[in-house]
Write a protein that binds this ligand. Sequence first.
Ligand code: NAP
Length: 455
Amino acid sequence: MGIATVNPATGETLKTFEALTHEELEAKLALADSAFKQYRQSAIAQRSQMMARVAQILENKQVEFAKVMTLEMGKTIKSAIAEVQKCALVCRYYADNAAQFLADVPGSTDASSSYVRYQPLGIILAVMPWNFPFWQVFRFAAPALMAGNVGILKHASNVPQCALAIEEVFTEAGFPPGVFQTLLVGADRVEAIINDDRVKAATLTGSEPAGMSLAAAAGKQIKKTVLELGGSDPFIVLESADLEAAVTTAVTARMLNNGQSCIAAKRFIVANAIADEFEERLLSKYQALKVGDPMSEDTDIGPLATQRILQDIDRQVKEAIAQGGNVLIGGQPLSERTGNFYPPTIIANLSPDTSMAKEEFFGPVALLFRVANIDEAIAVANNTTFGLGASGWTNDDRERDRLIDELEAGAVFINSMVKSDPRLPFGGIKRSGYGRELGKEGIQEFVNIKTVWIK
Ligand code: NAP
């Protein structure tokens, strides 16, 4: 499949795009390179003004942009509008805080003056996924551009109109030509772009194979990378938890983005004493969810983004059933509809060693595990190669402290679902990747941390 808009709700190909020719790509890299030489000299206050304008444009056109996302990858229109609003938030956050994050930091030494200065690196390549087609890009671009870098975006091939719309936002906000550009290219062109001397670093949000391939190419060139990869987040509910709050949040945390989020709760690990009650309440909330047209305001779950994802979740669920899983609801694609629709599904009685429990899966499917105590809960939660987020539900302080301390994840949320917030760093450990986006840590990934010593 080339670069195209295919409506996931109907399967209809709406628009196809030609990939950039070699010459067109070269012209864009040359423009980015010359833009950087000027842009790195700009005052942070001036960058802040432009970034605040980006936020304003996003807010003004939130419905228009949301519709492009929903059309290209099927997220519900209400969640798409919320995504555009969150992008405005991250732009304002860095517009307001970048000067402070990037200010010189004095060091106390025997020099007459010594300090750390943060300087931009140059052209940063961002390889991004389709699942949050605006948010993933803005959470890279806002800090990278505020730090004085220039960005080039290779977006997922199924969201080209989102990619082009984002470039336009930066242009309209007044960023000089070349400071942010979209490159319509396939994944097969990424290595050549990394190999280009003008490109200084890269970030990828996506699957493990894509991350490995990008990091290997960058490694050969000794270029810095940040990887935000997959996840199989646990959602642990212990006996002392507020059960109703936990179940309600469990539904939101699993169904986010039609079940296609790296930090969606995927494995629900529940203490035996409350497991029957949890299961019953979860089932009744699942029964109330409305699957349908993602453009409709009252839809809870739209189609999966591509046919491939539908095929993958269908295969994974069938394997889980064959390995002893008990389907409480759903379990089959909605074949009576065109489009990539899969129903809310719960699979109980699984062994933590089931293949589906170890892999990442995208789609509205919850796996339920029962555990005797917190020791077993933590062991099951950590029984994965991923380490992105984890949510733990308890009202016992000792249990809370153990969850925070012992869960192998880049983030632990207690009595709350895992989410990203511009004010806090976001990223994973283990095979979920390395490096951090957002917060102060995020803006410091793509800078030269220069030591200055004056005698
Ligand atoms: P994907 O297939 O890995 O694609 C992600 C991006 O990488 C796309 O732009 C894709 O381009 C490109 N790509 C694919 N193979 C590549 C290769 N060998 N070399 C260089 N680039 C390559 O992932 P996806 O299906 O779009 O996104 C879902 C994945 O993203 C899930 O694993 C999810 O957990 C992860 N994710 C992680 C986070 C996080 O913050 N940790 C957030 C969101 C999503 P093409 O589209 O042209 O193939």
